[in-house]
Write a protein that binds this ligand. Structure first.
Ligand SMILES: Nc1ncnc2c1ncn2[C@@H]1O[C@H](COP(=O)(O)OP(=O)(O)OP(=O)(O)O)[C@@H](O)[C@H]1O
Ligand SMILES: [Mg+2]
Length: 410
């Protein structure tokens, strides 16, 4: 049905795409090409007439996170592969997030794993044609080992089509070396397990600016580079904040504030923060590289209420003026001796809830650690690179420190 399809794959994933073992575990650093590769791989496999009766379930811990990640990857992979034939080959339902291949009836559905209802839903999934054969768990470190057991249980029974096989694919950036994924798939030798490791250095399609950011990280934050860029298992020791949970929550707050850290080569980060019963809720983030202030102001339009206090990086008064001129209630945060430590203490003493769409803040927090000295001992100074969304969060809460009697605003 499709002629002259050329799909660009990174060579390093060739063996993983050919692998039919039950567990296909792809770990790697940021930007290594895992998600694009897996999305393209599944689209091609699901379109193949040889694979009729195959169906894919895509899982992320938080259901809504699928929309901007896995659903977006799979629909754009389908568009790249099918080009003008897209609507003849794939039926895509945007609102309910479903994809059906018109060639063979194979389907892709998306699910979360956050609550009992979703768990029950997964247990009762059925497909009009064929069986659930493949599961892709994106950002698999978010799930618990028990979640995987439930998913694993779903892949059983005889398959009518001999070309098919059951397989669970996990993609993730490694976080802690104590994670169950390491114990279960990497510390054992099993014929059922295929593991793969990739980094941005294996990705022929990543842009030059990404390379430059990683090189900068290598220079200023070697441990962060090892985990974030090289995708190696990290030590939990030395992480600054671990008291955060990624989840959905309702938006009734006692008060709200916006925090902004200015940047151009670094990211410019804006976060919207709510407070309720003394806890911190991060509701939204805007995270952009290489945008000037007027571009940022247009991107922020409609997303951040102008009446809410916006506490900004004090280093750039001119930018604050521009935000004020655009109608925002922007003021500088106080940056004095000890202010960062006071902000960290404040954050450590609370529960921090982060909405799933705040990907950048989540990634930064997972890697934010104390510096080590020449002897490898932890110091009490945070590594201060790749902390732009964190800086925005620190500014956001700095107003509360003032309210608690500590003077932190000019
Ligand atoms: N096969 C490909 N063809 C074209 N571009 C690609 C391909 N693979 C990766 N890229 C480019 O590299 C970028 C990073 O790839 P991808 O998002 O798959 O990385 P990742 O390993 O999933 O990263 P993370 O761990 O941060 O989620 C993509 O946004 C895309 O621009
Ligand atoms: Mg990815």
């Amino acid at each position: 049905m499709l002629e002259n399809v050329t799909v660009r794959f990174n060579k390093c994933f060739k063996a993983s795409n050919e692998c039919k073992k039950r567990y296909r575990v792809l770990m790697g650093g940021a930007g290594s090409g895992k998600s694009v590769n897996v999305a393209q791989d599944f689209i091609i496999k699901l379109m193949s007439p040889n694979n009729h009766g195959a169906n894919l379930l895509v899982v992320r811990k938080v259901e809504q996170s699928n929309r901007n990640s896995t659903f977006a990857e799979l629909t754009s992979a389908a568009a790249r592969i099918c080009k003008k034939q897209l609507s003849n080959v794939w039926e895509i339902k945007e609102s309910s997030m479903e994809m059906r291949c018109r060639i063979n009836g194979n389907r892709i559905i998306f699910c979360g794993f956050n609550d009992l209802r979703q768990r029950e839903k997964i247990k009762s999934i059925n497909f009009p044609a064929g069986k659930l054969t493949w599961i892709w768990i994106e950002e698999a470190t978010e799930l618990s080992e028990n979640d995987i057991e439930i998913l694993d249980d779903r892949l059983r029974g005889d398959l009518e089509n001999d070309n098919l096989y059951y397989q669970i694919t996990l993609t993730f950036n490694p976080v802690s070396s104590r994670h169950w994924i390491k114990k279960r798939y990497f510390d054992v030798v099993s014929d059922d397990v295929y593991t793969h490791h990739s980094t941005y250095l294996d990705n022929d399609f990543i842009d030059k600016a990404f390379h430059r950011r990683m090189e900068m990280r290598k220079k200023f934050d070697p441990e962060g580079y090892r985990v974030y860029a090289l995708g190696e298992w990290g030590a939990q020791e030395g992480l600054i904040l671990t008291n955060f949970t990624v989840c959905n929550f309702d938006n009734n707050f006692d008060s709200m504030v916006v925090g902004q850290d200015f940047g151009f080569n670094h990211a410019n980060a804006i976060v919207l923060v709510g407070f309720r019963d003394g806890q911190v809720y991060v509701c939204d983030e805007l995270y952009q590289y290489a945008k000037d202030t007027s571009e940022l102001i247009s991107l922020a339009e409609g997303r951040f209420d102008k009446n809410i206090l916006m506490i900004c990086d004090s280093a750039e008064p001119d930018r604050i003026k521009m935000w004020r001129r655009a109608g925002y209630n922007a003021i500088p945060a106080y940056k004095g001796a000890g202010s960062v430590m006071a902000q960290i203490d404040y954050l450590k003493q609370r529960k921090i809830f982060i909405a799933p769409m705040c990907d950048n803040l989540i990634k930064e927090l997972q890697a934010w650690r104390w510096r080590t000295d020449n002897n490898g001992e932890l110091t009490d100074t945070p590594v201060d690179v790749f902390d732009d969304a964190i800086a925005a969060l620190r500014y956001a809460i700095s107003g509360n420190l003032r309210d608690e009697g500590i003077s932190f605003l000019k």
